[in-house]
Write a protein that binds this ligand. Structure first.
Ligand code: TNX
Length: 509
């Protein structure tokens, strides 16, 4: 029997905490005679049935048959069905019922069933004779937010396709549904763009000779990642960061900058002055060419265009930028940033996409309807943005920047601008800022935790992410009044066994 199965017999310990849990009497015995019955030939649901069997195989060592039934069995079955007509469950909710005879998982959509499976996995326990059991229980559950994301910087340090797929499995286990990939930055360009081949020939690598370091995702790998994530009900948000954080692009195509001079892909961290030149049309041809291919690769309607930390010094001295400012009647370089962002937003909107940008896209004063603002420097400004009818995603660095140190000891080893962010700090996150009206709260799509990787190449990435991501999952899934730190800490213990089984190298005190 797999030793990582929850040993806390009978106790109900689930992360993220479900909305309603009613413990019944007794147990359902899970053994090799049990059959998984899928009550529909629908392809996605059939896949989910097979996925449940695979998960139970990995979690317990048991190999369960998957069958389709027209006639519902009354015993020895884990039944999966979509006949639930409970509109209060929405698209992502599920109902899980365990009696001593039967396990039944139902939802309006396969996605709900998928989340019910994650809950079921956490209920499984061994009794003192080593037999695998599931406590009798009734669970009714649905998420608080639709946007439950992880932002992963795979630009500062390249993360392999295999690592990303493993991460997808782990975040799906926590019922997250968004993986935001930061694919371009000063220290590396990670996405193959056929129209601009130098981006991966030059931009994907930094350093010289034996120090040369980097990597990129061929388009086929990205398609594979997107499909793998989609099966697990995770959408990928690609980020192409403009106009700043673009040294790797400029190293590949120097004509995109104001000076037009060659620069290296950066080997150090920071905010750099060479950024894309909005004075030149060539820059827009580049951005649009890259976005055309991004649109083809990533079907999710949202695309992230960064917009953060872009210095204006080069623009101030650039004749092309100054001409653009005059021709467009702009007042200054901040409005020039707005001009660039608005052109990109228009391009993407015309192609049916919604644009997300970091909170600096608000600089320059022009708000573009339909845009989503991702707040990272705190939530200041979020009230104004939501009042203007724009949607937001909450990623305030005070709570969800998991590149930050998690203990006092680690604080000493990290750059001094990084704040202490303990597991408890992460757990205290609330995507809805204090003082928001119910109307404003509706504009909060949800939250994303962020792993920037300057100081977190694999396997440190695992130790930075976990267990804080477990706490984060509860802040975006569970009801606000259903959360309790002490209770969460208790529930963390059995969850760690699951992380061990998934080979997650989480941080241990
Ligand atoms: C700020 S958050 C950045 C990143 C850094 C991160 C380090 C944001 C939009 N920009 O470029 O990696 O801080 O914590």
């Amino acid at each position: 029997m797999n030793s990582s199965v929850n040993q806390g017999l009978g106790s109900i310990s689930i992360i993220p905490q479900p909305v309603k849990v009613n413990r019944g009497e007794g147990f359902f015995a899970l053994n090799a005679d049990i059959c998984i019955e899928v009550d529909s030939g629908e392809t996605q649901l059939k896949w989910v049935g097979g996925y449940l069997s695979d998960c139970l195989g990995e979690d317990t060592g048991l190999v369960l048959r998957v069958g389709e039934t027209s006639q519902k069995s009354t015993a020895n079955v884990i039944g999966i069905s979509l006949y639930e007509t409970d509109s209060s469950l929405g698209d992502e909710g599920y109902r899980l019922s365990v009696t001593s005879d039967l396990v039944h998982l139902s939802a309006n959509h396969s996605q709900g069933v998928f989340y019910g499976i994650q809950t079921l996995r956490q209920l499984i326990a061994n009794d003192e004779r080593g037999e695998t059991q599931i406590p009798c229980v009734e669970i009714w559950d649905r998420p608080r937010f639709h946007w439950r994301g992880l932002h992963l910087d795979c630009a500062r340090h390249f993360m392999t396709k295999e690592y990303i797929k493993r991460l997808i499995d782990v975040i799906a286990f926590h019922k997250l549904n968004i993986l935001h990939l930061h694919l371009t930055d000063d220290q590396g360009w990670r996405i193959e763009i056929e129209r601009f081949p130098k981006l991966i020939e030059t931009g994907a690598w930094r350093g010289q000779g034996s120090e040369r370091y980097g990597g990129y995702y061929p388009q086929d790998d990205l398609k594979e990642i997107v499909a793998y994530a989609k099966e697990r009900f995770i959408d990928i948000v690609p980020e192409f960061d403009v106009p700043g954080h673009t040294s790797a692009a400029i190293a590949s195509y120097p004509e995109l900058s104001c000076l037009g001079e060659p620069i290296p892909v950066k080997t150090e961290w920071g905010i750099f002055e060479d950024v894309l030149c909005p004075g030149k049309e060539k820059t827009f041809e580049f951005i649009e060419g890259v976005l055309d291919e991004i649109i083809d690769l990533f079907p999710f309607p949202f695309i992230h265009i960064g917009g953060d930390e872009s210095p204006r010094a080069r623009w101030e001295a650039c004749p092309d930028c100054q001409r653009r400012i005059r021709d467009e009647g702009l007042n200054n370089e901040h409005e020039l940033q707005s001009y660039l962002i608005q052109r990109v937003v228009r391009f993407l909107s015309e192609r049916g996409r919604r644009v997300i940008g970091w909170d600096e896209i608000l600089h320059g004063g022009r708000l573009t309807q339909g845009m989503v603002v991702q707040f990272w420097q705190g939530m200041d400004g979020a009230a104004m943005v939501t009042e203007n009818g724009m949607d937001i995603i909450a990623s305030p660095l005070q709570f969800v920047y998991f590149d930050y140190p998690q203990t006092e000891d680690q604080v000493k080893t990290k750059p001094d601008w990084m704040r202490l962010t303990t597991l408890e700090t992460a757990y205290a996150f609330n995507p809805i800022p204090d003082g928001f009206s119910p109307e404003q709260a509706k504009r909060v799509l949800g939250g994303e935790c962020a792993l920037w990787t300057e100081y977190a190449p694999y396997p440190h990435s695992d130790a930075q992410l976990f267990p804080r991501l477990c706490a984060f999952s509860e802040t975006v899934w569970s009801l606000e009044n259903g959360r309790n730190w002490i209770d969460f800490s208790q529930r963390m213990k059995p969850l760690l066994a699951h992380l061990d089984r998934m080979s997650v190298l989480y941080f241990k005190e």
